[in-house]
Ligand binder design. Structure first.
Ligand SMILES: Nc1ncnc2c1ncn2[C@@H]1O[C@H](COP(=O)(O)OP(=O)(O)OP(=O)(O)O)[C@@H](O)[C@H]1O
Ligand SMILES: [Mg+2]
Length: 364
């Protein structure tokens, strides 16, 4: 039996974790146990995506090499997280991710909402912070309304929609036509409150939807709690790029890592003849990615369903999960999860948990 356990450990450990190009064994992500003819493998997943494929490959590898029929794989999500200092206001938040652009109207809010929905649907614990104080879009795009409450008079409870924890200034205004006429210090104060006074709790990813502009909001937030990094959204046309380049340069200046670039509204597929046309030109995402020395995370086509879903309060990732545009968002979220895993792996030199070894289930 000890031999079977050793063989199962070896076989499961040899399975590749593609996002890092290393084996599960090297990364310390699997443990195997054997009882009689039954093998149980416990694997820790750094990403909520591609779970089924990994589980299937482990099962197959162990079954083939051990010659046993009963192989159970137990997968547990454990997303890697930021280094958290003792004064970090959101110590339970593993990854603080900003969605920004510099350019207005390119689809930042749409992207932030759909990424958060994709993470949540995949099983991660997710929050979404609307940092656009002058034009909050999150309440409308997620069909969320109501006032956040406070149980202790000091902290604000975020709202919850589709399993995503939400905070937006929109929840605190009288109605959605009320204008905010704050000057810098008040804006700064509200942003700081959104980080430190909201009970975000334990989250794998806290996605932040940033307003268009120069980047002072990103700077304020990143000074309050270190970010994992920023995702830059652009459209493909040349005229959009100048402002987007500036936002990349801003990130570099203030040491916010650029995780990658998303090209939104790149092409339009005619619903009648399926012909694909590049309405806003081509190549902008790639250019920005090269400038940022970061990967192009993916392209999202123009699809009227995105706007309809956004206006209807259910993001397209949830409203039309099988559509190609929803799948584009999910694929991008999966790539972001992998980039995040890689960043933490390179920083720590390992994926190992500092505390406990993996607890194997008791076999009966
Ligand atoms: N891929 C897409 N296909 C179709 N419509 C889209 C797509 N992406 C965004 N839109 C629509 O474009 C409009 C602008 O998107 P959004 O509000 O997300 O941009 P933004 O960058 O957050 O804007 P702002 O700079 O004002 O915050 C919205 O009506 C949205 O529904
Ligand atoms: Mg927006």
């Amino acid at each position: 039996m000890a031999d079977l356990q050793a063989e199962a450990t070896r076989a499961a450990g040899a399975v590749e974790y593609a996002a890092l190009g290393k084996s599960l064994g090297e990364l310390g992500l699997v443990k195997a146990a054997a009882l009689g003819e039954r093998v149980t493998v416990s694997v820790e997943l750094p990403s909520p995506f591609d779970r089924d494929d990994l589980v299937r490959r482990i099962e197959q590898a162990v079954r083939t090499s051990c010659g046993v029929r009963e192989v159970a794989v137990e997968a547990r999500l454990r997303v890697q997280g930021r280094a958290v200092a003792s004064d970090d206001p959101i110590p339970g938040v593993k990854n603080f991710l900003m969605v920004l652009s510099g350019k207005g109207g390119v689809g930042k809010s749409t992207t932030a909402v759909n990424l958060a929905a994709a993470f949540a649907r995949a099983g991660a614990a997710v929050g979404l912070m609307d940092a656009d104080m002058y034009g909050p879009s999150i309440p409308l795009m997620l069909g969320a309304s109501g006032r956040p409450t406070s149980s202790d008079g000091a902290h604000i409870e975020p709202l919850d929609r589709f399993g995503i924890k939400l905070m937006s200034l929109g929840f605190l205004l009288e109605d959605d036509k009320t204008a905010v006429i704050w000057r810098g210090p008040m804006l700064h104060g509200a942003l700081v409150q959104f980080v430190q006074d909201v009970s975000w709790g334990k989250l794998d990813y806290l996605v932040v939807d940033l307003p268009p502009g120069t980047g002072d909001v990103a700077l304020t937030l990143s000074q309050k709690a270190p970010t994992t990094g920023a995702v830059i959204v652009t459209t493909p046309q040349e005229v959009a790029l100048a402002d987007v380049y500036k936002s990349v340069a801003m990130c570099q200046k203030v040491h916010i890592p650029v995780l990658g670039v998303i090209e939104n509204m790149g092409s339009f597929v005619c619903p009648h003849c399926a012909h694909e046309s590049a309405i806003f030109g081509q190549g902008g995402g790639q250019k920005v990615a090269e400038f940022a020395q970061a990967p192009l995370l993916g392209r999202v086509p123009i699809d009227p369903a995105v706007r309809v879903s956004g206006d209807g309060g259910v993001p397209v990732v949830l409203a039309a999960a099988d559509s190609s545009v929803a799948q584009a968002f999910v694929a991008i979220a999966a790539r972001i999860a992998d980039v995040v895993t890689r960043i933490h792996y390179e920083r720590k030199g390992s994926l190992a948990e500092v505390k406990q070894p993996i607890r194997l289930p008791v076999l009966r």
